[in-house]
Design a protein around this ligand. Structure first.
Ligand code: DC
Length: 235
C-alpha cells in the first residue's frame, strides 16, 4: 500500500465560492477540506490585534515566531483555527480581517512560514485544498486543479449575502469595491500571485446556482480522476 494520497487544488479569486463548494465536494468524495484562506486570516488577525500597521512588513514578519497556528477538524469536517491555543474561527471571518489577510499574504516570509503546514496536510490524507496558489505553488503535483471563478458582481453578491447571514452590516456596492480591490492586490502581488496553473481546469460559475456549480465541479473532478478512479481511496 502506497502512502501517497489524492490532492485536489481549487484556486480562484475571492467570493468565487471556493470554500463552500470545496466543503461540499469534500463530503461527497470523503476527503478532508483545507481552507487555506483561513490560515492567512489567522495571521492577519494576529497582526491586527497587535496594532501593527498593514504596511509594516518588518513588524508583521517579526511576530511570526510568536504565532502557534493550528487547524482542528470537527466530526463534520468543519475546520477550526487556533491561534496560540485560542479558537479564532469566528473572529477571522470579520469583514475587516479580509483586508488584513490580503496584506499579510503578500509578504514572502508569511507565505514561507505557512507553506510546510499546508503541504504536510496533503501528505497525510486525501485533501481538497482551496486558496490562491495551491495548484501553482503549494501542491504543483495535485491530481486535479481547478480554477474557480465568476464575474466580480456575482462574487460580491454572494459575499454580501454571506455577511448578512452572519448578522454583519454590509452594503453591496462597498462589498463589490472591496472584492475588486482584493482581486487587484491578490493578482498583482510579487509573491505567489493569484494565477491559473497551466494545467488547471477553468470553472466559471457566473449565473449558476450553488447546486449547479457543485455538480459541474464534481463532474470535472470525477472525469479527471477517472470514473471509479479511487476518489476516497488511497492511490
Ligand atoms: O479565501 P479568503 O478570502 O479567506 O482569503 C483571505 C486572503 O488570503 C485573500 O486576500 C488571499 C489570501 N490567500 C492567499 O494569498 N493564498 C491562499 N492560498 C489563500 C488565501
Amino acid at each position: 500500500m502506497s502512502t501517497q494520497y489524492h490532492a485536489i487544488a481549487i484556486d480562484g479569486p475571492s467570493g468565487a465560492g471556493k470554500s463552500t463548494l470545496s466543503q461540499q465536494l469534500a463530503r461527497a468524495l470523503g476527503y478532508l477540506h483545507v481552507d487555506t484562506g483561513a490560515i492567512y486570516r489567522t495571521v492577519g488577525l494576529a497582526a491586527c490585534r497587535r496594532g501593527i500597521s498593514m504596511e509594516d512588513r518588518a513588524g508583521i514578519e517579526a511576530i511570526l515566531p510568536q504565532l502557534d497556528i493550528r487547524m482542528r477538524f470537527g466530526l463534520d469536517g468543519g475546520q477550526q483555527m487556533l491561534l496560540n491555543g485560542e479558537d479564532v474561527s469566528g473572529e477571522i471571518r470579520r469583514h475587516e480581517i479580509s483586508a488584513w489577510a490580503s496584506a499579510v499574504s503578500a509578504i514572502p516570509a508569511v507565505r514561507e512560514f505557512l507553506l510546510e503546514m499546508q503541504r504536510r496536510m496533503a501528505r497525510e490524507q486525501n485533501v481538497i485544498m482551496d486558496g490562491r496558489d495551491i495548484g501553482t505553488v503549494v501542491l504543483p503535483d495535485a491530481d486535479v486543479k481547478i480554477f474557480l471563478t465568476a464575474q466580480p458582481e456575482d462574487r460580491a453578491h454572494r459575499r454580501y449575502l454571506e455577511l448578512l447571514e452572519r448578522g454583519q452590516q454590509a452594503q453591496e456596492a462597498q462589498v463589490l469595491r472591496d472584492v475588486i480591490a482584493r482581486d487587484e492586490q491578490d493578482t498583482h502581488r510579487a509573491t505567489a500571485p493569484l494565477r491559473q496553473a497551466p494545467d488547471a481546469l477553468v470553472a466559471d460559475t457566473t449565473g449558476m446556482s450553488r447546486e449547479e456549480s457543485f455538480q459541474l465541479l464534481l463532474k470535472l473532478i470525477r472525469d479527471r480522476l477517472g470514473e471509479g478512479g479511487g476518489a476516497g481511496d488511497e492511490k
